[in-house]
Design a protein. Structure first.
Length: 565
């Protein structure tokens, strides 16, 4: 038992070898994309009631924690990442009282709860932005945002050349109270998401208060949205010739992204989280250029963990993955933080569909990157199974995005008229965006809504589920040891029990070309064959589990094996 919130205890079932290791160093955290997880009230949108009803499922996988995507009041211009009030719950998801019950019940199931905090921007409906619009140029209300006069003779051009992460200029001009076109405000995402000015101490104070509001309710930590965006270079200088996307790996530094000034913010957040017993934790969403920049966010006096997107984006080749793992482990060790492994999330194409394409020819991040390439879904699923065993054998903590444990593919054929991702409109219908990985989960039954909504629901799921998902539902896979769900369950149980897994070191074992093999102590090895042929196992031992049957003594192509050695 470990202390959760005052008076409430979080049960933990960890091997004795891990007692004393902070839970977040080796946790498996399940990402609950709330609007697509489970719909309790039948309106076609997932909600808190749905999550509460599925806590036994999550605890039984088993996972250690859940991360819930934004559930705050929002006009939903960016699926809840446009927050209008950080201290309440959007009615579509439930009430604050229900949220408090969920946190309590999750703890009762031994699950920690992480929320999503969105500090880079607010909704244009947020009281602060409405006040800024009303108060006019030069006001204290506008100083919470980045308002600037435009360039050009009539101020008709944006104040600088920055582009929105979703396409188009990062500035929008407002109409002043006299009816005339006036100042411009900065938004690195949609125009409905004005960026906050983190040089303003009021902004910092407000977010510390928001964090305490949730920590006081027992929340165990936050995933920080766009953690690399908060600090902007002084003076907001132009970035001539900057490639797009501006925060892509390998790109030159951009004055809007990954500025060194961001670290003082997180040092202050660390002090807030450390004032709690047990200390609350943070995970950074930071799309930065390489591990050296990434691990700056998780130095001992800053955040706890940061998603390893280098690993997520690595193609399914032994060379790319070995480099990503080796460099990632070394960089994290240099700051004393555990690596955080992740294969997908609500912003990228699902890995079954990425791995179904030829690997290493171009970056496969979004649905739009997958088009026009030869596709083999059986191969994608086979590789995703192997990737799951690789993910869960690596040192540190791991995130599972809902539906990964079911082997869900990206839904690539959503009709235009159902697409809700703002990327679709903002790119002038050139990019279909991220809805293909956000389709509501199939739980049971032979037809949509596949148990996502209760019987007699008043509305269909907010995105249509493909008919063939009947075979991928939780109920369809339950009891089938050969299913993806069976694989995840076995691997998660073994990971929880095995003293070698979780936090710690890895040692590579030399193996044939196209094969990754590493040991974890005591007595564990993981072998992954990314070549097109079966291969000899590079070390002998008892097979604990495998993602595909062995071929005699040999490991099959595109499969992984866990060994007791
Ligand atoms: C993060 C979120 C993404 C959102 C964006 C703007 O990248 O994961 O879904 O659109 O931030 O808040």
């Amino acid at each position: 038992m470990e202390q959760g919130q005052a008076g409430r205890r979080v049960r933990s079932e960890r091997p004795s070898s891990r007692v004393g290791v902070p839970w977040w160093r080796d946790a498996v955290i399940y990402q609950v994309y709330i609007r697509s997880f489970a719909d309790g009230n039948g309106d076609g949108v997932g909600d808190i009631a749905g999550i509460r009803s599925r806590l036994p499922y999550l605890a039984g996988l088993p996972v250690d924690a859940i991360w819930i995507n934004p559930w705050y009041p929002s006009p939903m211009c960016d699926a809840g990442y446009d927050v209008s009030d950080f201290r309440a719950i959007d009615p579509v998801f439930g009430t604050l009282a229900e949220a408090e019950r969920l946190i309590d019940e999750a703890h009762g199931h031994g699950l920690r709860v992480l929320l999503d905090i969105v500090p880079n921007h607010v909704s244009d409906r947020h009281a602060w932005f409405q006040a800024a619009l009303a108060a006019g140029p030069g006001s204290a209300e506008r100083a919470r945002f980045h308002f600037r006069p435009g360039r050009g003779p009539d101020g008709g051009e944006p104040p600088n050349d920055w582009l929105s992460r979703f396409g188009g200029p990062a500035w929008t001009r407002v109409c002043e109270s006299d009816g005339r076109a006036g100042e411009w405000y900065l938004h690195l995402f949609t125009p409905q998401q004005p960026d906050l000015n983190w040089d303003n101490p009021e902004v910092a104070q407000e977010f510390e208060d928001i964090m305490r509001f949730w920590f006081d309710r027992g929340v165990d930590g936050f995933r920080i949205d766009v953690a690399h965006g908060l600090a902007k270079a002084p003076g907001l200088p132009d970035a001539p010739g900057a490639p797009w996307p501006p925060d892509g790996p390998g790109n030159p530094p951009h004055p809007a992204w990954d500025q060194d000034g961001v670290h003082a913010i997180y040092q202050a957040w660390r002090r807030v989280a450390d004032a709690y017993d047990p200390p609350r934790v943070f995970t950074a969403e930071a799309w930065v250029d390489g591990y050296e920049r990434l691990t700056r966010y998780i130095r001992p006096d800053e955040l706890n963990t940061a998603f390893n997107f280098d690993f997520l984006l690595a193609p399914w080749t032994a060379e790319a993955l070995r480099r990503s793992i080796t460099d990632g482990v070394a960089a994290h060790a240099s700051v004393g933080a555990p690596p955080t492994w992740v294969l997908s999330n609500h912003d990228v194409a699902r890995e079954v569909s990425r791995y179904a394409r030829p690997q290493g020819t171009r970056e496969l991040r979004h649905l739009d990157d997958l088009g026009g390439l030869p596709t083999d879904f059986a191969l994608g699923l086979r590789r995703a199974r192997a990737a799951a065993l690789l993910l869960l054998a690596l040192p540190g903590n791991a995130y599972i995005y809902q539906g990964e444990e079911l082997g869900l593919p990206e839904v690539e054929d959503l009709p235009d008229e159902v697409i809700q991702d703002p990327v679709w409109e903002q790119s002038g219908h050139r990019e279909r965006g991220r809805d293909g990985c956000r389709v509501p989960l199939p739980w049971s039954g032979g037809a949509p809504p596949f148990g996502f909504s209760p019987d007699g629901a008043s509305a269909a799921p907010w995105l249509p589920q493909p008919a063939h998902w009947a075979g991928l539902s939780v109920a369809a896979q339950e009891g089938d040891p050969g299913s993806m769900l069976g694989l995840y369950r076995d691997a998660l149980r073994l990971r929880r029990e095995h003293p070698a897994l979780g936090d710690g070191a890895i040692a590579w074992v030399s193996a044939a070309e196209g094969v990754l093999a590493f040991r974890r102590e005591p007595g564990f090895a993981c072998v992954v064959n990314l070549s097109e042929e079966a291969q000899d196992l590079p070390l002998s031992g008892e097979v604990l589990m495998s993602s595909a049957p062995l071929e005699g003594e040999r490991i099959a192509s595109d499969s992984a094996v866990w060994l007791a050695v």
